[in-house]
Design a protein around this ligand. Structure first.
Ligand code: PAF
Length: 288
């Protein structure tokens, strides 16, 4: 497995593979890898086959964090990540530093951003104003560096995947986007690097996101008629608030194809929620 930290070297590898007709599968991550990430690596391998190359990037991208967010605390363990990537069968790991990705940032020299203006406005975009601009910008940069034929993203970040698909379609990136299912802990908590922040009882309380999803599933299944979204939102928020350390940031019902909010919740509606458990902000989603 190659470990590459310079952009020029990564582009050289990618161009060489391209010229040889080798397909490139790509899994962008912020590291601190868990089984969910490794399932994306497997999915990338499946897509490009044995003769293809699978590249994982590990980069905690500062431009997608607001100054008040957890950039400094974001968990990092490169040594362990590299071992996991090797075991998962990655061919290369791209691990650039900030000076490589945003060379003139300190002097305010970085000024070209990629912005999606529609799907990025609600939910995570409303709660975290600079977030998606940072994500689309870094993913566009990574696509230009890794030159992938396919890139795999996790369904856990449902809105992120939708925004990236839109960016790829609108800006004609020659890459196929695959969205792979969320992996869960045995008690239903969606796997996330941020789960590391959950100590003691907070870890138990964090299952409230999954339980809220199951509650919504049950209501929709039981109801013969569409359920008013506002009513179900209020019920779920109250359910969440019953956990002493939990506070709902948002609960939204929307059409999974265009992220438009729905007034009536039916089978097929998408539910997404963000919940603070103590100081940790967790997200999850499901199609009902
Ligand atoms: O989902 C993530 O881990 C990040 O948002 C991504 C796509 C790697 C961009 O930094």
């Amino acid at each position: 497995m190659q470990i590459v930290s310079s952009i020029a070297a990564m582009q050289r590898h990618a161009k060489k593979w391209q010229r040889a007709g080798t397909r490139i599968g790509f899994v962008p991550t912020m590291g601190y890898l868990h089984a969910g990430h490794l399932s994306l690596v497997k999915r990338a391998r499946q897509s490009v086959g044995k003769t293809g190359k699978v590249v994982v990037s590990i980069y905690v991208n500062p431009t997608q964090f607001a100054p008040t967010e957890d950039l400094a605390q974001y968990p990092r363990d490169l040594k362990r990540d590299l071992k996991l990537c090797r075991e998962a069968g990655a061919d290369a790991v791209f691990t650039p530093g900030d000076a490589e990705m945003y060379p003139n940032k300190a002097e305010n020299g970085f000024s070209a951003y990629v912005v999606e203006e529609k799907l990025s406005q609600s939910m995570e975009g409303a709660a975290r104003p600079v977030h998606f601009r940072g994500v689309t910008t870094v993913v566009a940069k990574l696509f230009n560096i890794v030159l992938p034929d396919v890139a795999v993203f996790g369904q856990k970040d449902f809105q992120q995947a939708a925004v990236i698909k839109r960016m790829v379609a609108d800006l004609n990136f020659p890459v196929k986007i695959i969205v792979a299912p969320t992996l869960r802990e045995p008690d239903g908590l969606a796997m996330s690097s941020r789960n590391k922040y959950l100590e003691g009882d907070l870890r138990l309380q964090a299952t409230v996101l999954w339980h809220a999803i199951q509650k919504a599933q049950a209501v929709v299944k039981k109801s013969a008629r569409p359920v008013p979204a506002e009513k179900l939102k209020a019920e779920l928020k109250e359910f969440i608030q019953h956990k002493p350390a939990a506070r709902a940031d948002y609960v939204e019902f929307f059409d999974p194809d265009n992220l438009s909010p729905v007034a009536k919740v039916t089978r097929g509606s998408q539910l997404a929620l963000a919940v603070f458990v103590g100081k940790t902000r967790l997200i999850d989603n499901a199609q009902l």
